[in-house]
Ligand binder design. Structure first.
Ligand SMILES: NC(=O)c1ccc[n+]([C@@H]2O[C@H](COP(=O)([O-])OP(=O)(O)OC[C@H]3O[C@@H](n4cnc5c(N)ncnc54)[C@H](OP(=O)(O)O)[C@@H]3O)[C@@H](O)[C@H]2O)c1
Length: 331
């Protein structure tokens, strides 16, 4: 039986959609009914509510050993998608607890239950650092501890170390490192916020470049790697490197909103993240822009997808084409 963690998030919910198409036995963990409902709504968005009923839901937290023990009964394959995705500097301890310690727990349960294979969803944030801006980053680019990394990146890197430790102890593992994942249904968090901001009439763009991929391509490759004989490797999952300006323009076209017209210069985003920090210090609430995310909007960080295209002969859907057939926000 398959176990999915993070099935109430963007990637995990899409993975459950794909897995339930072809498998009768899929178990997913959830923490709250409200987040479980997000997955239910996603199935509805794709007109696949009947498949939602095929999921066996078990209440569990990856930091709760007793509940995890119940979730792991009779499990043969694990997709570990659960993580805290946050760039808020105040979230450091929580990031360490969920991303590193939580992944160590999953690895230990996989070993204890003699699970046949684990697919861990890491991130491009856990990869190494380009020596010069614009160099293509690959799976073997080295991590430079002297460079500034977000706590999120450090904890995803630390989580990978736990997965490699599991491999050393005899577990079959494959790691995927998706770039920025675009997909519908989760409008208030992660990349979903880009869509919500454009929907609200975003006026600004930046000239930085980053790597993007459709969520459907991510889950297809996870399943392909899980079914393959490939083990002990990690793969960057990324369709293409594009500018934020292009991305935002294409999203605006999809949502039939005006394209942003004002270039946000570095000095403007520098002021913006400081104001955001001040606002949340005084009034609380979630950080929307941090020093590191503001810097990334102007940098050109490019990734190679050569390893995965050679391993599985995949061709990824170009982002512009994916956005044309995008499932829009339900009104
Ligand atoms: N989205 C991207 O652009 C992107 C890019 C690269 C890599 N990734 C990685 O892909 C994975 C999935 O990302 P996503 O975008 O789907 O994230 P997401 O939408 O924020 O979902 C995160 C999931 O993790 C679960 N979770 C968090 N803490 C947990 C805990 N202590 N115990 C059990 N479950 C917990 C959440 O459950 P609740 O609903 O209960 O909170 C949710 O199901 C993550 O590992 C992330 O690092 C994402």
């Amino acid at each position: 039986m398959i176990l999915v963690t993070g099935g109430t998030g963007l990637i995990g919910a899409h993975l459950l959609l794909s897995l339930t198409e072809t498998n009768d036995r899929v178990r997913a963990i959830f923490r709250t009914e409200s987040s479980q409902n997000k997955t239910r709504n996603l199935f509805k968005l794709y007109n696949k509510s009947h498949l939602f009923e095929k999921i066996e839901w078990v209440e569990a937290d990856i930091n709760d050993i007793e509940l995890l023990d119940i979730a792991f009964a009779k499990i043969t394959h694990v997709y570990h998608c659960a993580a805290l995705v946050s760039f808020d500097p105040r979230a450091e301890l929580k990031l360490r607890k969920i991303n590193i310690e939580g992944t160590a727990n999953i690895v230990n349960f996989c070993l204890y239950h003699k699970v046949e294979k684990l697919c861990y969803v890491s991130s491009i944030a856990a990869l190494g650092d380009a020596k010069t801006e614009g160099d293509l980053i690959t799976e073997s680019t080295e991590w430079n501890a002297e460079k500034l990394h977000s706590d999120y990146a450090i904890t995803k890197h630390g989580a990978e170390i736990e997965v490699w430790r599991g491999e050393q102890e005899g577990l079959n593992v494959v790691i995927v490192n998706p770039s920025i994942v675009l997909g519908p249904g989760f409008w208030d968090s992660g990349s979903g916020e880009i869509f919500s901001n454009v929907e609200k009439g975003l006026k600004y763009y930046t000239l930085g470049m980053a790597a993007f991929i459709a969520v459907t391509d991510v889950v297809e490759q996870m399943i392909a790697l899980m079914k393959s004989d490939i083990s002990g490797k990690r793969f960057i999952l990324s369709a293409e490197n594009i500018s934020y300006r292009d991305l935002i323009n294409w999203i605006a076209d999809t949502l039939k909103k005006p394209r942003p017209t004002i270039e946000a210069k570095k000095w403007m985003t520098n002021i913006a993240w400081r104001l955001d920090a001040l606002k949340t210090t005084l009034f609380g609430g979630r950080r929307h822009l941090t020093k590191i995310t503001a810097q990334s909007l102007h940098s050109k960080t490019l990734y190679s997808n050569k390893a995965i295209t050679e391993a599985t002969s995949v061709t990824f859907i170009p982002i512009k084409d994916y956005l044309k057939k995008f499932k829009k926000k339900e009104s």
